[in-house]
Write a new protein. Structure first.
Length: 99
């Protein structure tokens, strides 16, 4: 089987998986899954210092344009999705600018 790599610009670009293939995938055990092409997460330094902390800081409301797919993913995380977005932004800032 050939492996084809393609950059996906949005979830609309993701091909639909046929039902038979999806059923086969759902029935795979962990031992049957080939994880060899997954990068070692320890090598991805961005999230090494990620942590979510509750803060009592002053907050300011802003308007922010976010692509639909990203916003829908955060909303699917459930209640508190806006706080989660804020925490991800804070983590990025602290990792890159407060060393």
């Amino acid at each position: 089987m050939a492996i084809i790599k393609k950059q996906i610009q949005s979830l609309a670009d993701v091909p639909e998986i046929p039902a038979q293939r999806l059923a086969w995938l759902k029935n795979l055990t962990d031992d049957e899954i080939d994880y060899s092409d997954i990068p070692d997460l320890a090598d991805l330094n961005f999230w090494n210092k990620f942590e979510i902390k509750k803060t009592k800081s002053v907050k300011k409301q802003v308007n922010l344009r976010i692509d639909t797919d990203t916003l829908n993913w955060y909303k699917k995380q459930g209640k508190g999705y806006q706080t989660l977005m804020k925490k991800v932004l804070e983590s990025y800032f602290k990792h890159h600018y407060q060393k």
